[in-house]
Structure formats: C-alpha cells, structure tokens
Design a protein around this ligand. Sequence first.
Ligand SMILES: [Zn+2]
Length: 106
Amino acid sequence: MINVTCFKCRRRFDLDPVFVGAELRKLKVKNPRHYQAICPACHTVNKVSVAEMQDELDAVADEIEALVKEQAKAAEEARKRAKAAAKAKKESAKDEKKKKPAGRKK
Ligand SMILES: [Zn+2]
C-alpha cells in the first residue's frame, strides 16, 4: 500500500498501487510524474510523485496490466450494451407506431 498524508488536513490514507497504476495508464500523459490522490476526508487533490511509488508499481505490474485489460473490456461491454439498448428502444418505438396507426385515444 502507498501511504499518503493529506497536505491540507493531515489525514493519512492508503492507495492501492494496482489501482494507482491503472489510473496512471489511463491518463493521456505518456510518463506522468504525479498521481492525483483525492483525500477521503477533505477531497483535496494531493500530488503524489510517481517516482516515489515506482518500486511498488513495478512490484504489481502484472496486476496493473490485468486490471487495465479488465477495465477496457468492461468499458467496451458497457458501450455495446448502451448501443443495444438504444437500438432496442428505437425498434420498440417503431413497433408502437405500427400497432397504433390511428390517432391517439383518450
Ligand atoms: Zn485532507
């Protein structure tokens, strides 16, 4: 675990290196130098040096890789589901029209 002390409220909290590694991968930056850890107590963003976490990140590199893949797969599936749901909605709207060709009944 990576221990962080919030610079604002001094609260200590732990970061999961696997989670941090996956988050860093998702950043649009090639070699991010800091991870932005949000304090659970005051929600202040604490910049944690990636260099300082490097050993811990390296130790769980395989797990990070697996998590990144899993998250990418989950995101892809969510997209597919959303697409299918949108399509199903459209189809059922079409069916509704077919069922009631005449105007609305009160
Ligand atoms: Zn804080």
